[in-house]
Design a protein around this ligand. Structure first.
Ligand code: DQA
Length: 147
């Protein structure tokens, strides 16, 4: 089983960026935690980050026939991107939306996710552990897709 983790803008700055909101764990450390958890399920991980919306769209499209599940932290694009939403609904790969912070407990503009309606579900508010939980969610979603 292959899980594609995609990270949107500014997540390359994790560890330094607003640590009171996002914690002190870097994206590299998060990737290591994800790989450790995935190894327990014998799942393959592809883990990427981009600040560019179109690059994220290209990666979603390219996942066809390669990834079983996509885990997406679209960061700020969560709240703005029709292009990401259309890419997710266009390719038909089950996608899980994740966030480090609880977007529903923050500013009003973060309460709306344009991608949520085309995702299987959302994990938000558990810091770096949102990513670890997403590995398990991906296994469940993949099992459900196959049974
Ligand atoms: C985020 C929440 C978004 O609102 C924000 O723009 C981010 C990070 C999170 O992981 O908590 O960049 O996706």
């Amino acid at each position: 089983m292959k899980i594609l983790f995609l990270n949107g803008p500014n997540l390359n700055l994790l560890g330094q960026r607003e640590p009171e909101v996002y914690g002190r764990t870097t994206l590299k450390d998060i990737e290591a935690k994800v790989r450790e958890r995935a190894a327990q399920f014998k799942a393959d991980i592809d883990f990427r980050q981009s600040n560019v919306e179109g690059e994220l769209v290209n990666w979603i499209q390219d996942a066809r026939g390669k990834a079983d599940v996509i885990v997406l932290n679209a960061a700020a694009y969560t709240h703005t991107s029709v292009a990401l939403r259309d890419a997710i609904s266009g390719i038909g790969i089950p996608t899980i939306e994740i966030h480090l912070s609880n977007i529903h407990a923050r500013e009003e503009f973060r309460h709306t996710s344009l991608i949520a309606p085309v995702c299987k579900g959302q994990i938000a508010g558990f810091g770096a552990n949102s990513y670890v939980l997403a590995v398990e969610a991906a296994i469940i979603v993949n099992g459900a897709a196959k049974s």
